[in-house]
Design a protein around this ligand. Structure first.
Ligand code: URA
Length: 240
C-alpha cells in the first residue's frame, strides 16, 4: 500500500479541490473532514489510506486534468463558495463533471478572462509572483489621465504602502468624461488595477481582463466557457 503522507492542504490541492492557499482557508473554516472528523489543524498529514471529505463529499485524486477559460460577467464572486450567498463563477460551469476551481481571482465587479482547473501545481505557479505572468486589462476610468499620470502608472505608483512594479499603460479611447485604458501588469495584488487608477486620481468605472500570458478571451461571450486547446495548455505550461 502507498503510505506516502501529505500535508492536508497539499493533498486537497493535488486532488483538485482548491489552491493550497484556499485549501488552508477551507481547513480553518471547518469544511474538511478526515476519517469522519472535522480537522482545523493545518499541520495535519494524510495518506491515501485516509478518508478525506470536503464540504461533505469524498475527495479523491483526480488524474484527469481539466483547463477551462471562462468569460466571467460582473456580479459573480470568484470563489467556490460564498458565505454571503452571492452567485459564484461555479454557477456558470455547472455542466463540467470534474471538480475545478478558479486560478487567482477577479473582483465581483470585474469581468473577463478567468482560468479554472483541477491542476493544483499549475494553479500554484500561475498565481505565484515569481513567474511574472502578464495580465492585460481594459479599464475605463473617470476623467482624462495626463501623459505624466500615465508615466507614473507605468513606472510604479504607491498603493497600500508599496510601489507597484513597472506596468504598461496605453490610452485606447477618450470620451467626454472618461478614458479607456489598456493596462498590462504582472503582479496580482488584491484589487491592484482599481487601486492603481484610484491612486492616480482616475477611479475605475469598469474593468475587464482580456489576456493572461498568451491566452486571450477572443470570441468568448460573457458567461460562456470553453476548454483550453492542447496548444494553449502547452503554451501556459511553457510560461512557467
Ligand atoms: N485588478 C483589480 O483591481 N481587480 C481585478 O479583479 C483584477 C485586477
Amino acid at each position: 500500500m502507498n503510505t506516502e503522507t501529505f500535508r492536508l492542504q497539499k493533498y486537497l490541492a493535488h486532488c483538485g479541490v482548491a489552491s493550497r492557499r484556499k485549501a488552508e482557508e477551507y481547513i480553518l473554516r471547518g469544511m474538511v473532514k478526515v476519517n469522519g472528523k472535522v480537522v482545523t489543524e493545518l499541520g495535519t498529514t494524510v495518506s491515501a489510506a485516509d478518508k478525506v471529505e470536503f464540504n461533505g463529499k469524498p475527495v479523491t485524486i483526480n488524474r484527469n486534468k481539466v483547463y477551462i477559460m471562462l468569460h466571467k460577467p460582473k456580479g459573480y464572486v470568484t470563489t467556490v463558495h460564498d458565505p454571503q450567498g452571492r452567485r459564484t463563477v461555479m454557477d456558470l460551469i455547472r455542466d463540467v463533471d470534474e471538480r475545478v476551481y478558479p486560478v487567482g481571482r477577479l473582483d465581483y465587479d470585474t469581468s473577463g478572462l478567468l482560468l479554472l482547473t483541477n491542476d493544483g501545481e499549475l494553479a500554484y505557479k500561475m498565481t505565484h509572483p515569481s513567474y511574472e505572468i502578464l495580465k492585460v486589462y481594459i479599464a475605463t476610468v473617470k476623467g482624462h489621465p495626463s501623459e505624466e499620470t500615465i508615466r507614473n502608472l507605468e513606472s510604479g505608483i504607491e498603493i497600500d504602502g508599496y510601489i507597484t512594479a513597472p506596468a504598461r499603460v496605453k490610452v485606447i479611447e477618450q470620451y467626454k468624461d472618461r478614458t479607456k485604458l489598456e493596462i498590462t501588469i504582472h503582479e496580482g495584488r488584491n484589487r491592484q488595477v482599481r487601486k492603481m487608477c484610484e491612486a492616480a486620481g482616475h477611479p475605475v468605472i469598469t474593468l475587464k481582463r482580456i489576456k493572461i500570458g498568451s491566452l486571450s478571451l477572443d470570441g468568448l461571450k460573457s458567461g460562456q466557457w470553453r476548454f483550453l486547446s492542447q496548444r494553449e495548455i502547452k503554451e501556459i505550461k511553457g510560461m512557467m
